[in-house]
Design a protein around this ligand. Structure first.
Ligand code: ASP
Length: 599
């Protein structure tokens, strides 16, 4: 990726970008400024690679022509900041550096000024080693961001966000900022709280998303809103997540789901094109939630390879094999994957069993099709007819590896859905050139939370049901919701919203949010819905994740300028940190059991 050089106004520091010292400038007198990337002493000459954000240029200091600057060049060290002027000359053929855009020329320095010295950095910028630990990089992030890789990641991020704004602006969407100090918002995670000094004992919550505000903006008649919004969710730490993240948040009025999907397909196509991502064919594929769960075990299926899940309950309806029998009698499911013709040693098959257990299954049945039956420790428990039927349903040919899980449907899906991904990696089934985008549509509105014995919203409580909502059958209600998935990763999701207070109250009730709680938490929304709320809907995208995927970064932290560690520490500033007694006193807060901050 090349770095474009922005316009530059000449001043005392420079009149050219380093990356613009190109062969067409030979003969010109130029002044450049930047950081010392590298210094080499060579038979009386000193070579400095000078770096700015556009690239690197080679400076040559010569005892005869560089005057006093030659002394300075002797003392320069990596990361010193320098301004230097001189004449652009062509390099001799043997010294041309084809890796650099400026590699055919060099600047013969006639004058130079040290603008700032640098301590020896804790790690090298030039010649960065991947052995530098991430903690060190985060602790000295301002140095880490000097690396080309990081600069490119953030420049790509900028291009993605600029393309989003450009597209939405062109479509008449209005960028409106919403509060960061607010009340609890409804995305189902834990809130970050900010104590109020003026109202001791009261707290603001940081928004988990601008959901309610964007709905209010629709009630206000904005019709098309967007915002690049910071969201905060105090969730249990998960490896590649940030508690503070960025969403592209969008909302529209007088629309149905197809309208929202249509404009968003064009938005994604525009952003991918501007960011050098894959070409997006529109209209994009759509798949019902049930189909995604049934065939792939997940609501974010990776469609770049097969290994689909197959339901085997019917083949085993009358089975006498105890393990299967008790699962089926207990309302469970038996599903399997045909992993294709594979030869795996016993140790690897045992590994698959442990993996299935680690993912939550009690066990895993493996088998290879052999003749009409199976080579498998489980074969002896199944009848010939059952084996033949299983082979048929799984499309098994001689030698194919079959993997079966029997458990509650959610467990079976979670385990086989993940094993499907593991197997694709193990057997190298994914073509890196392929890209599959799909809308997952027709979601259930609610799912039963067995632990808490209540219904939970699958998206959030403001999602509109498809058709009339029947409070007697919350589990049967479908949602006007849609998620967009790219190669197995959710990029964004949204829905048409409830726009009448009566339905909203009925949905709250079904979710176990009683009228009083609803009024206390979301009273302002219920009230607004009584003053002429247009039908509306929208979507939100995870910006960090989109950039990570477009850049091919390994972690989300690599596309965020100042991220926190996986456990929520900001190693650069030292946040979170204890505060003064006085500050606590002003807030009326006493700390119960101070915990020692540890990383
Ligand atoms: N507010 C939702 C979220 O953050 C997105 C939406 O429904 O627009 O996931």
């Amino acid at each position: 990726m090349s770095t474009e050089a922005p316009p530059l106004r000449a001043n005392g520091y420079r009149d050219s970008w380093c990356g613009q010292v190109l062969p067409e400038k030979v003969g010109a007198e130029l002044r450049v400024a930047g950081w010392v990337n590298r210094r080499r002493d060579h038979g009386g000459l000193i070579f400095i690679d000078l770096r700015d954000r556009t690239g690197i240029v080679q400076l040559v200091f010569n005892p005869d022509s560089s005057g006093e600057s030659f002394e300075l060049a002797h003392k320069l060290r990596a990361e010193d900041v320098l301004s230097a002027s001189g004449k652009v000359v062509r390099r001799s053929e043997e010294t041309v550096n084809r890796e650099l855009a400026t590699g055919e020329v060099e600047l013969l320095v006639t004058g130079a000024e040290l603008l700032a010295g640098s301590e020896t950095p804790p790690f090298q910028i030039e010649g960065f080693s991947s052995e530098v630990g991430e903690d060190t990089r985060l602790r000295y992030r301002y140095l880490d961001l000097r690396r080309e890789q990081m600069r490119e990641a953030l420049q790509l991020r900028h291009r993605v966000v600029a393309a989003m704004r450009e597209f939405l602006d062109g479509e008449g969407f209005v960028d409106v900022e919403t509060p960061v100090l607010t009340r609890s918002t409804p995305e189902g995670a834990r809130d970050f709280l900010v104590p109020s000094r003026q109202q001791q004992g009261s707290f603001y919550a940081l928004p988990q998303s601008p959901q309610l505000f964007k709905q209010l903006l629709m009630v206000s008649g904005f019709e098309r809103y967007y915002q690049v919004a910071r969201c905060f969710r105090d969730e249990a730490t998960r490896a590649d997540r940030q508690a503070e993240f960025t969403q592209l948040d969008v909302e529209m009025s007088f629309v149905d789901g197809d309208d929202v999907i249509a404009v968003n397909e064009r938005l994604l196509a525009h952003v991918f094109e501007r960011a050098g991502g894959p070409r997006i064919e529109t209209p994009m594929q759509r798949m019902c939630f049930d189909e995604a769960m049934g065939r792939f075990g997940t609501d974010r299926p990776d469609l770049r390879f097969g290994l689909e899940l197959v339901d085997l309950g019917d083949a085993l309806r009358a089975t006498e094999f105890k393990v299967f029998r008790s699962v089926l009698d207990g309302g469970g499911a038996i599903r399997g994957i045909n992993a294709g013709r594979r030869e795996l040693p016993r140790s690897e098959l045992d590994g698959l069993i442990s993996r299935a257990q680690e993912l939550g299954a009690k066990g895993l049945v493996w088998a290879f099709r052999e003749g009409e039956g199976w080579r498998s420790p489980t074969a002896k428990f199944l009848s010939e007819g059952e084996l033949a039927d299983l082979n048929r349903r799984l499309g098994a040919e001689e030698g194919d590896l079959l993997l079966l899980v029997a458990d509650q449907p959610a467990v079976v899906n979670a385990v086989l859905g993940q094993m499907r991904l593991d197997l694709a990696e193990r057997f190298d089934l994914i073509d890196p050139e392929e890209n599959r985008l799909v809308w997952i549509v027709d979601w259930p509105l609610m799912e039963w939370n067995e632990g808490e014995k209540r219904w939970d919203a699958l998206h959030h409580p403001f999602t509109a049901p498809a058709g009339e909502f029947d409070p007697a059958q919350p589990g049967a209600a479908r949602a006007q919701a849609y998620d967009v998935v790219w190669n197995g990763q959710e990029l964004g999701g949204g829905s048409i919203r409830i726009h009448d207070a009566r339905t909203q109250e009925a949905v709250f009730a079904a979710l176990g949010i009683d009228a009083e709680t609803a009024r206390a938490r979301f009273g302002f929304l219920l009230e607004a819905l009584q003053y002429g709320a247009p039908p509306h809907g929208g979507i939100a995208y995870g910006v960090d994740r989109i950039v990570q995927r477009l850049y091919g970064a390994e972690t989300i932290r690599d596309v965020i300028a100042f991220p926190k560690t996986a456990s929520g520490f900001d190693l650069l500033t030292g946040a979170p940190a204890p505060v003064d007694e006085l500050q606590l006193k002003e807030l009326g807060i006493g700390i119960h059991k101070p915990k020692l901050a540890g990383h």
